[in-house]
Design a protein around this ligand. Structure first.
Ligand SMILES: Cc1cc2nc3c(=O)[nH]c(=O)nc-3n(C[C@H](O)[C@H](O)[C@H](O)COP(=O)(O)OP(=O)(O)OC[C@H]3O[C@@H](n4cnc5c(N)ncnc54)[C@H](O)[C@@H]3O)c2cc1C
Length: 284
């Protein structure tokens, strides 16, 4: 549980951080909240030569709410939980943040760190997928934007290059009447999602006009259950449509297996969690 020796430097500006990364991207590691990276260093799953602390960079901070909502990568889980303005626009952030770990982790861990880390059991990947978010990134060639749907590539692997920094998450302010639900079956030790489900759904005149269902915890990376949500479009939320959507979502996934949850159990949890998430929106 003792990390290999490393150097530490606190970046004083975004260009400073980018410059430091360029030196040798593969032997540097950015550190934000440290609540995924430090445990990995202690277990020697990662042994970077240098940590670049990005916690003081203003470009990665804050929540701004206009027609587009922008959440800086350094926003902590606790800040996402506490923001009343964000809760009013997109209550799914408070729903999910409330289920992440414990207050200590929520006070230090950041949404950007969680997305860049891409733990298959992390909560935020499902939320940003369900919102159709875009991730703002900056690298040696300047800024770029990646759709969340193209960001999560594999277990702990994203579309970010080692010399890029995630700046923020952005999405359109959800339309009035949109309904949200994040729920998960928590691992009893860590609180991570054994299976987590994020639903964003907009009914019009009693029928579902738009719906996105995203799932985390079950497979190598969070994914959008496209065919499952398609089952709901143009129909009212009913026991029959919910059951069909939940069955389709479960059938789409090639689930992970570990000592706690075999693949068949995760498959079962997708079905029950999608059904519960959708049923909880009925009459919301
Ligand atoms: C006991 C415990 C329980 C937990 N339970 C949960 C849980 O229930 N649900 C959940 O989702 N998570 C959980 N976590 C993880 C926690 O949410 C982490 O804080 C989060 O995953 C990583 O955020 P961080 O800011 O700490 O990132 P760090 O640990 O600092 O960094 C993680 C990785 O992301 C990279 N990185 C960080 N910021 C950026 C950036 N802006 N641009 C590019 N790369 C970046 C780092 O280089 C590193 O590779 C738990 C952690 C612990 C220790």
């Amino acid at each position: 549980m003792i990390p290999a020796a490393f150097d530490y430097i606190r970046a004083t500006s975004l260009s400073h951080a980018l410059g430091l990364l360029q030196d040798d991207p593969d032997s540097n590691k950015l550190v934000a909240g440290g609540h995924s990276l430090i445990p990995a260093l202690k277990l020697r799953l990662a042994s970077p030569e240098r940590l670049i602390d990005i916690r003081n960079l203003p470009e990665l901070k804050g929540i701004s709410l206009g027609d587009r909502i922008r959440i800086g990568a350094l926003t902590t889980h606790a800040e996402l939980l506490a923001s009343d303005a964000l809760h009013e626009a997109a209550p799914i952030f408070r729903q999910a943040a409330n289920l992440i770990a414990d207050p200590q982790v929520r006070n230090r861990g950041t949404i950007g760190g969680a997305l860049a880390n891409a733990d298959p059991a992390a909560d935020w990947p499902a939320v940003v997928l369900a919102l159709g978010a875009t991730l703002d990134v900056v690298g040696p060639n300047g800024p770029s934007r990646v759709a969340a749907r193209n960001f999560f590539v594999d277990i702990m692997t994203t579309a970010l290059a080692p010399d890029e920094i995630l700046l923020a998450v952005e999405f359109d302010r959800p339309q009035p009447g949109t309904r949200f639900r994040y729920r998960k079956i928590r691992h009893p030790a860590s609180g991570y999602a054994v299976v987590g489900v994020a639903v964003v759904l907009r009914p019009v005149d009693g029928a579902v006009a738009e719906a996105t269902i995203a799932i985390t915890g079950a497979t190598g990376h969070a994914f959008v259950a496209v065919d499952a949500a398609a089952q709901l479009i143009g129909k009212p939320l009913s026991e029959a449509t919910i059951t069909t959507a939940a069955d389709v979502a479960s059938g789409q996934a090639e689930c992970l297996a570990d000592n706690y949850a075999p693949a068949a159990y995760r498959q079962h949890l997708i079905r029950t969690e999608v059904a519960r998430a959708l049923a909880s929106l009925d009459g919301d």
